[in-house]
Design a protein around this ligand. Structure first.
Ligand code: UDP
Length: 316
C-alpha cells in the first residue's frame, strides 16, 4: 500500500511512519516542521520506500500517484504548543482536514483522523466513553485545539456520509514515549527533564487532577488495527490506568533516583480535572488493549531522555 502520513515528523507520526515501513508499505510523510522535528525521521531518509515532503497541509495539497491510506496527524498537540500557535492549530484542524479529505476522495483512499480526548473537554462523566458529547469551553485557551478537532470529526463524518468515503476517527488519550520533545511543555517531558537535570518538578494546581498514560508502541498498534477495521465511529485509544499528577511526579522521582523537590504552580485555565478512557469499544471492535505497564514504559522513556540530555550538554 501507499500510505500518506501528515505530521509524520511529529512524535506519534514518526512512529507510524516506522510501523508502516516495517510492514512493507510505501510511506509519504508530509510535515511543515512547525512542531515536528526532522531528526524524528532522519533515520528513514535513506529508505527506498520513504519519502518526505515539507509542506503545510493547511494550504492546498497535491500528492502525485495512487494513495491507499491517509493518516492525518498534523497539528500542534501539547497545550503549550497550541497556546503559542492558536491560529495554526485552528487552521490545520479545519482547513488541513478539509484538504486531506479532498486528497482522500480524489485518490479513493481510506482516511484516518487523529482526534483527541480533548473533544470531551473537562469531562462530566468518568471514564470517558465515545458516546459522551463533551464539555468544552469554545472561547477558552484550549478551545483552539478542542474545537478544531471537534470540527475535524464533523468534517470527516460529513465526507463519510455525503461522499461514502471510508473514514476512521481515533480519539487519542495522553501518550508518551521516545521522540516527545523535551520542551513541548507536557507533563511527562517536563517532569523527566526536571528530574534528570536536578531541577524542581512543577506540579500545576494541587496535583489532584488525573491523567492516564499510554505508551506510544501500544497506541500505534491500535491505530493500525483501527485503520484496517470497519468502524467509522470514533474509537478511544489510551491506557485506562489512572494516576494523579502529584503521584505521577513522585513516581518519576523514584524511577529516576532524582533528589529534586516538588514545587506547586498555578493551574492553567480549563485544565481537565480528570481523564481516563473507557476502551470497551476498542476491545470489542479491534481486539486491542494496551500491554506496556506504566513503570516499564516510564523507565524506557527516561533512558531516551537521559541520552538526549547528555547529547545536548555535550554540545554546549
Ligand atoms: N502539568 C503539571 N506540570 C507540568 C505540566 C503539566 O502539573 O509541568 C499538569 C497539567 O496541568 C495537567 C496535566 O499535568 O493537569 C497534564 O498536562 P499535559 O500538558 O501533559 O497535557 P493535558 O493532558 O492537559 O492535555
Amino acid at each position: 500500500m501507499r500510505v500518506v502520513i501528515t505530521g509524520g515528523a511529529g512524535f506519534i507520526g514518526s512512529h507510524l511512519c516506522e510501523k508502516y515501513l516495517e510492514a512493507g508499505h510505501r510511506v509519504t510523510c508530509i510535515d511543515n516542521l512547525l512542531t515536528g522535528v526532522e531528526g524524528n525521521v532522519a533515520h528513514l531518509a535513506g529508505h527506498q520506500q520513504f519519502e518526505f515532503i515539507r509542506h503545510d497541509v493547511s494550504k492546498p495539497v497535491f500528492v502525485e500517484g495512487a494513495v491507499d491510506r491517509i493518516l492525518h496527524f498534523a497539528s500542534p498537540a501539547s497545550p503549550v504548543d497550541y497556546l503559542n500557535l492558536p491560529i495554526q492549530t485552528l487552521k490545520v484542524g479545519s482547513l488541513g482536514t478539509h484538504n486531506m479529505l479532498g486528497v482522500a476522495r480524489a485518490k479513493k483512499a481510506r482516511f484516518l483522523l487523529a482526534s483527541t480526548s480533548e473533544v470531551y473537554g473537562d469531562p462530566e462523566i468518568h471514564p470517558q466513553r465515545e458516546d459522551y458529547w463533551g464539555h468544552v469551553n469554545p472561547i477558552g485557551i484550549r478551545g483552539v485545539y478542542d474545537e478544531a478537532k471537534r470540527f475535524a470529526e464533523a468534517m470527516v463524518m460529513a465526507y463519510h456520509r455525503a461522499h461514502g468515503l471510508e473514514t476512521r476517527i481515533v480519539r487519542i488519550f495522553n501518550t508518551y514515549g521516545n521522540r516527545m520533545r523535551l520542551d513541548d511543555g507536557r507533563v511527562l517531558p517536563n517532569f523527566m527533564g526536571q528530574a534528570l537535570r536536578g531541577e524542581p518538578l512543577t506540579v500545576y494546581g494541587t496535583g489532584d487532577q488525573t491523567r492516564s498514560f499510554c505508551h506510544v508502541s501500544d497506541l500505534v498498534e491500535g491505530i493500525v488495527k483501527l485503520m484496517e477495521s470497519d468502524s467509522p465511529e470514533p474509537v478511544n485509544l489510551g491506557n485506562p490506568e489512572e494516576v494523579t499528577i502529584l503521584q505521577f511526579a513522585k513516581e518519576i522521582l523514584e524511577l529516576s533516583g532524582s533528589t529534586s523537590q516538588i514545587v506547586f504552580k498555578p493551574l492553567p485555565q480549563d485544565d481537565p480535572r480528570v481523564r481516563k478512557p473507557d476502551i470497551t469499544r476498542a476491545k470489542q471492535r479491534l481486539g486491542w488493549e494496551p500491554k506496556v505497564v506504566r513503570r516499564d514504559g516510564l523507565l524506557m522513556t527516561l533512558e531516551h531522555f537521559k541520552k538526549r540530555i547528555q547529547l545536548e550538554s555535550g554540545k554546549h
